[in-house]
Design a binder for this molecule. Structure first.
Ligand code: BGC
Length: 760
């Protein structure tokens, strides 16, 4: 929240009038979803509620697991599908719609978006997150925050940080090295905070390197506020507080939900005993008051008309987004789109009639309506092609039913094409627990085997939040439409895609590996004895598969269309070398017969880096919609961060000077052109130390010569420059060489040289 000075001034005025007890009361919720009011000074209670892919406002009994009913609201596609749209503009419009619904329901803060990384394919909450790539998640998260907040409603960027699994989520310690944290797990949060200033950030449940994130001063204050300039309020995830006094000191302003007086009692006694400074309480209370004043300033006059929203328009937006989020994985013989006329289309699979369209837990939305694929497809083909239906399996049953399979086989045999809806049962994935495998239920695979044996052509429509393995069955499918979880307009959107009213344009925001065992967290998820070690470091998702040159089922960024695109005129222009500003331009041409949208991806590689770098990393993307035969140039802007790594020795982002490859691609494995550019970088030279090796010293432009002179002609010198074994000697820290018998160099000489260079 970019705090304007009026808001701060008003908040400060109120703060000055409060007693210590009143200030402390503000740091706790009053109910499950409300902050505390202080009527004496006209401070109202605010409502904060879920999110992220629709509003879940509970008016009756409250819970944070989505069990109790909530008011009807538009269920837009969850982040798993929004991620696959790669469409910031669309996500911004969705944010605006959600903001309007919040206003109509007098909700001050929507609890989302979630920008955690999809580290393990098994995380039960992956459906609520955008991607395995921090740049993509950060861009889409920024757009969502901008959209919601443009309506005068706050957001809560969550779950900060390293909450990448549901197993033991309230206690597990994520053990992550700083470079990995900065480049992967904190990066999307940084992008959203610096780009859109969410009104609030929600800390996660877990511990990070041993300390609960709810009481982690480095995370909540040093990084979030001091480095990134966050101006809003930090709220706990619901029930994430461990020690309330430590949390206040670390920078956690508001505890939610109400702790029933527990938190306030702990804070008061800590202040009275001197354990906690009253200034820390003041700081946190001021942030709560700023949030209240900010919400008041943007809510409009209290006696004004109540805001409303257009449910039809929001449903149409949900449909547009759903159609953009589905990914066409394969389409052999152009079986899709379905021909406008012809024989029967056999729709098979209970999920076509009773779709799954969102995940379970705190994000569960009570939709304003629901389009099912069977009705929508029947309507879309009405009068042109007969549509038959067979359930094929019972929705939540793993065991095949001979009767249901026989009915499906009969329907497929009599049809021109079988459209088979497969997917994960609702119980397989949810907030609160992880999956233990990546497979479809055996009943569904058995059904597909049986149907494929008789069907002329087979199209599979896949429903899931977490990634599903396709290896054991995809050979049966001529086409696979990966429909993820598409929100309440799932049916109409899937029909739009199947009949070709819309050409698919989604691209995978998460790799589909060949098998679970290939994934980088194998053996390191969900951890053991209360901790999980992120041993794969930077190699999350495609960074792992690409660096290790592994085959995958479908790569990150992959997605087909009903048309085709050609890339020409690829070039990269260094606009400002010192600031590493680079413009990448490519002309995209629609070379097929239908209109379509192409997502252009820019990957950067630093093949000769001194520090380890993943094989390539996404650093930019854009999209272009083209009529058949149309061509248009697009430009993507890169900046220093596109080339930087987190340098642990320097304690900052650094660009290593030298050559970088810029790959212009249609997917991470479909690179259409590479341009090499040269940048001066700002990493500088590693400072020489006594512990530096002879190689480091010899490499130094000034020290190199002096060191060479010192050892020249000695036995040590001969050993260092020996063509066969010198490399071994040159890898020894020079300070150790001073101790070798007969060494021509002393520690004093080296120290003096270092002092000389430090002054130079
Ligand atoms: C979830 C949050 C959610 C909160 C309130 C928690 O269990 O982790 O994402 O916003 O509950 O429902």
């Amino acid at each position: 929240m970019p705090i304007d000075t009026d808001v701060t001034r008003r908040a400060e005025r109120v703060l000055a009038e409060l007693t210590l007890e009143e200030k402390v009361s503000l740091l706790d919720g009053s109910t499950f979803w409300h902050t505390q009011a202080v009527e004496r000074v006209d401070v109202p209670a605010l409502m904060l509620t879920d999110g992220p892919h629709g509003l879940r406002k509970q008016v009756g009994s409250s819970d944070h697991l989505g069990l109790a009913e909530s008011v009807p609201a538009t269920c837009v596609p969850p982040a798993v599908a929004l991620g696959a749209t790669w469409d910031c503009d669309l996500v911004r419009r969705i944010g605006q719609a959600l903001g309007d619904e919040c206003r109509a329901q007098e909700v001050a803060v929507l609890l989302g978006p979630g920008v955690n990384m999809k580290r393990s394919p098994l995380c039960g909450r992956n459906f609520e997150y955008f991607s395995e790539d921090p740049y993509l998640a950060g861009e889409l998260g920024t757009a969502m925050v901008e959209g919601v907040q443009s309506r005068g409603v706050g957001t809560s960027l969550k779950h900060f940080a390293a909450n990448n699994q549901e197993t033991d989520r309230m206690t597990v310690s994520a053990e992550v090295d700083e470079r990995t944290l900065r480049e992967i797990y904190l990066a999307p949060f940084e992008r959203v905070v610096t780009g859109a200033q969410p009104w609030t950030v929600m800390c996660s449940y877990n511990r990070l390197n041993g300390t609960y994130t709810s009481e982690h001063p480095w995370l909540l204050t040093r990084v979030l506020r001091d480095e990134w300039g966050f101006e809003g309020l930090v709220v706990s995830d619901w029930g994430a507080v461990n020690d309330r006094a430590h949390a206040v000191a670390a920078g956690l302003d508001l505890e939610m939900p109400s702790s029933g007086g527990h938190g306030t009692a702990r804070i008061l006694s800590a202040v009275r005993s001197g354990e906690l400074a009253e200034a820390d309480v003041d700081r946190a209370a001021l942030r709560v008051l700023e949030l209240v004043e900010h919400a008041r300033a943007t809510a409009g006059p209290e006696d004004g008309p109540r805001a409303t929203f257009d449910a039809d328009a929001h449903h149409a937006l949900a449909r547009e987004a759903a159609a953009r989020g589905a990914v066409l994985l394969k389409n052999e013989g152009d079986v899709l789109p379905l021909a406008q006329d012809g024989g029967a289309v056999a729709v098979i699979g209970e999920l076509a009639r009773t779709p799954r369209y969102q995940g379970a837990g705190s994000s569960l939305v009570n939709p304003t309506r629901l389009d099912d694929p069977l009705s929508a497809l029947t309507a879309a083909l009405a009068g042109r092609r007969p549509v038959t239906f067979a359930a094929g399996y019972a929705r939540d049953c793993d065991e095949p039913s001979a009767t249901l399979v026989a009915q499906a086989v009969a329907a497929a045999r009599d049809a021109d094409v079988a459209v088979v809806f497969l997917g994960l049962p609702a119980g397989d994935e949810s907030e609160g627990y992880d999956r233990d495998h990546m497979e479809l239920p055996p009943a569904q695979v058995a059904l597909l085997n049986a149907v494929a044996a008789v069907a002329e052509r087979v199209v599979v429509v896949l429903t899931h939040g977490g990634v599903v393995s396709v290896s054991s069955w995809q050979h049966h499918a001529d086409a696979i439409l990966d429909a993820l979880l598409l929100g309440q307009a799932v049916g109409s959107a899937v029909a739009d895609l199947l009949v070709g009213a819309v050409s698919p344009s989604g691209k995978l925001a998460e790799t589909i590996p060949l098998r679970y065992e290939d994934n980088p967290t194998i053996g390191a998820h969900p951890g053991e004895n209360g901790s999980v070690r992120y041993g794969e470091g930077l190699l999350i998702g495609y960074r792992w598969y690409d660096t290790r040159l592994m085959d995958v089922a479908y790569p990150f960024g992959h997605g087909l269309s009903y048309t085709s695109f050609e890339y020409t005129g690829i070039r990269a222009e260094v606009r400002d070398a010192d600031r590493a500003l680079v413009d990448v331009t490519v002309t995209v041409e629609n070379t097929g017969a239908r209109a379509g949208r192409e997502i252009v991806q820019i990957y950067v590689a630093d093949p000769a880096a001194r520090v380890f770098r993943p094989a390539q990393e996404l650093k930019g993307f854009t999209d272009v919609t083209l009529e058949p035969g149309e061509r248009r140039p697009v430009t993507v802007f890169l900046d220093a961060r596109s080339f930087a790594y987190w340098d642990t020795a320097l304690g900052r982002w650094a660009v290593e000077g030298g050559a970088f490859e810029i790959r212009v691609a249609s997917s991470s494995r479909d690179v259409r052109g590479t341009v090499v550019i040269d940048l001066p970088g700002d990493a500088g030279r590693r400072p020489l130390r006594l512990e530096s090796t002879s190689d480091d010293w010899l490499d130094h432009p000034v020290a190199g010569e002096r060191f060479r002179t010192l050892v020249a002609g000695s036995k040590l010198g001969d050993a260092l420059f020996d063509p066969d074994h010198g490399a071994m000697m040159r890898a020894i820290p020079v300070v150790r060489l001073t101790l070798f018998p007969g060494s021509p160099i002393t520690q004093g000489q080296l120290t003096r040289l270092l002092e000389e260079f430090a002054q130079a």
